[in-house]
Design a protein around this ligand. Structure first.
Ligand code: ZN
Ligand code: ZN
Length: 582
């Protein structure tokens, strides 16, 4: 059956490939330029998000006509792609070709199968876009206000379309939308956007119109929520289901593995990490639990030691300051050890997480896109201000003295922040724009591992040398969290796992604090596939490096490998394999 299928494909391929002579690299370059410009016309808010400000004033109305036009756009460009023979293109163009194809094929999936516009109310939050519009460095403030006015004037029609779309909402996304849109309304009413207008002494009428439209939409969502909670309306299940999950995994992650294979690898990894942690916990037992008989149950033994080690953490009011303190120390370590090229001209700004992005992750990086290379990169730190004392304590234990270092490595140096700076230098705009989430998260997890391998655990400016075991234990815990993200994501959306079992996985098997596990459960319900990106990307990058190391032997140089890996932007690792070494 399989063989026949292959032969058929071969025959069809030969038929199509001899139809006419296909176009080459020079034409493909022109094609890409045309595509990107058209893409921005089609997706103006995406353009704004990557720092291309030509279409800032446009807010597309998310109606049926708009979805049809997205499909027409995708099909037209898929037809154009067909004029090229992918195998005759240069490696860079070949990757671009595959990325473009993958993106365009995703349109049909999202319009006709995934259909988040019917169930995800939070997809209508444009708070991030508003913020990006104000970040336009080439325009005068008054021109930015003209853009904002035009954009905001469309919001009443925009939300009318959104209301019509939301025929099958989930309770979870409705809740998130209420929270985030309240933040967006605040931005207009009291926050950054209002301040921007006041600074320029501009007429704020457009703000009022938009606030009213957002509030009316929030009221609509509150109504839906009430109906769902009372059982008057059946809420859509937040679980995506196996069929759609596998398709989305293939499109978003573009891995060499299937979702199910990665689930199996993650399960194996979990066991081997628990074994490593068992050894360390046994060694640390007497130091942290003197006069206590050694706990027999392995997972409990690890947990008891972790609980003690986690007591060493930053004070609530010093949490952000501690992050700021560590960034230069991490940078110095990387320069001293010659691990990856750093760029001192691109500063990292640590800030409190803005209200419009609140509620999904505890810490994140916002980086300038390829068109705004000189804009700031932000390290967004979730605020502890609204935490009850007990919740804050739980959060601080999770991000204790040791894990906070891993978090900073992951988010900033040499994780996301360093990776994104390299990506912005990639010669391929396409690879920069169509970044692969699994590469990005995989790099961050790989960076954690590399820092540990290079002796970060013995870095005396932060850790005392005799704390190496603690650092490794907490590193493994952090890494295990990434591994469990895959297990959790797959289990929730494909295996119908209960909240109780999911919490058991995180708290008992992966030693997470309650606050962390609760936040992750919430996030896992709100997203699909994204949580698989961490371990999948790590697995592919790490294995790839080990292969190259073996192949190059004594010629292998870590910095050269890292710089080269980052030089492609952030395409799927399986495409990098093709380009590496050419
Ligand atoms: Zn404490
Ligand atoms: Zn990350």
């Amino acid at each position: 059956m399989r063989k026949l299928f292959l032969i058929l494909i071969l025959i069809i391929f030969q038929l199509t490939s001899c139809q006419k002579t296909k176009k080459g690299n020079a034409d493909f370059e022109k094609f890409k330029l045309r595509l990107v410009e058209d893409m921005w016309k089609q997706y103006p808010n995406w353009a704004t998000g990557v720092g291309y400000h030509k279409y800032d004033s446009v807010l597309p109305i998310p109606d049926e006509a708009r979805r049809t036009s997205d499909l027409v756009f995708a099909n037209r460009y898929l037809d154009s792609l067909n004029q090229y023979n992918v195998d005759s293109l240069s490696p860079m163009n070949k990757t671009d070709y595959l990325l473009i194809k993958n993106m365009l094929e995703g349109t049909d999936f999202s319009v006709n199968e995934y259909k988040s516009y019917e169930w995800d109310a939070s997809s209508y939050n444009f708070g991030g876009t508003l913020f990006e519009i104000t970040q336009n460095k080439e325009a005068k403030p008054l021109d930015i206000i003209v853009n904002l006015n035009k954009f905001l004037a469309k919001t009443p029609v925009y939300f009318e379309a959104a209301k019509k779309n939301l025929t099958n909402p989930t309770l979870e996304h409705t809740d998130l939308a209420i929270q985030q849109l309240t933040g967006t309304a605040d931005m207009l009413q009291y926050g950054e956007i209002r301040e921007f207008y006041l600074r320029e002494k501009a007429d704020t009428a457009a703000l009022g119109t938009s606030i009213k439209a957002i509030q009316s939409f929030i009221a609509h969502l509150e109504g839906l929520k009430k109906e769902m909670e009372s059982g008057k309306r059946k809420a859509k299940d937040f679980r995506l289901g196996k069929v759609l999950f596998h398709k989305k995994f293939n499109l978003d992650i573009a891995s060499s593995y299937t979702a199910e294979e990665m689930y199996d690898h993650a399960m194996d990894r979990k066991s081997s990490l628990q074994k490593e942690m068992h050894v360390i916990a046994t060694r640390l037992w007497d130091k942290y639990l003197p006069n206590t008989p050694l706990e027999k149950d392995s997972l409990l033994r690890i947990k008891l030691v972790i609980d003690k080690v986690a007591l060493s953490h930053a004070k609530r009011e010093e949490f952000q300051a501690e992050i700021e303190r560590q960034i230069p120390i991490l940078s110095k370590f990387i320069i001293d050890k010659d691990l990856v090229t750093m760029d001192p001209t691109k500063p990292l700004v640590v800030r409190k997480e803005p209200a419009w992005m609140a509620g999904v992750a505890g810490a994140s990086i916002s980086s300038p896109g390829p068109y705004a290379k000189n804009a700031n990169t932000y390290y967004n730190v979730g605020s502890l201000a609204f935490y009850a004392p007990e919740a804050a304590e739980s959060f601080l234990r999770e991000y204790n003295q040791f894990t906070l270092q891993i978090l900073n490595i992951h988010e900033a140096v040499p994780g996301h922040y360093v990776q994104l700076i390299h990506a912005n230098k990639s010669p391929s705009l396409i690879q920069n724009l169509l970044q692969n989430g699994a590469f990005i998260e995989g790099w961050a997890l790989y960076a954690e591992r590399m820092m540990m391998e290079e002796g970060w655990d013995k870095n005396t400016s932060i850790n005392k040398t005799e704390m190496s075991d603690e650092m490794w234990l907490m590193y493994y815990k952090f890494h295990l969290r990434g591994v469990c993200n895959t297990i959790l994501d797959y289990s929730i959306h494909c295996r119908n796992v209960s909240e109780k079992d999911a919490m058991h996985l995180m708290q008992v098997e992966a030693f997470q604090e309650k606050s962390e596990a609760e936040g992750k459960w919430r996030r896992a319900k709100l997203t699909q596939v994204q949580l698989c990106s961490y371990f999948t990307g790590f697995f592919e990058i790490y294995n790839f490096r080990e292969e190259i190391k073996k192949k190059q032997g004594t010629q292998f140089n870590l910095k050269r490998f890292n710089d080269q890996l980052l030089s492609f932007g952030a395409p799927p690792v399986k495409y990098i394999r093709e380009m590496f070494g050419r």
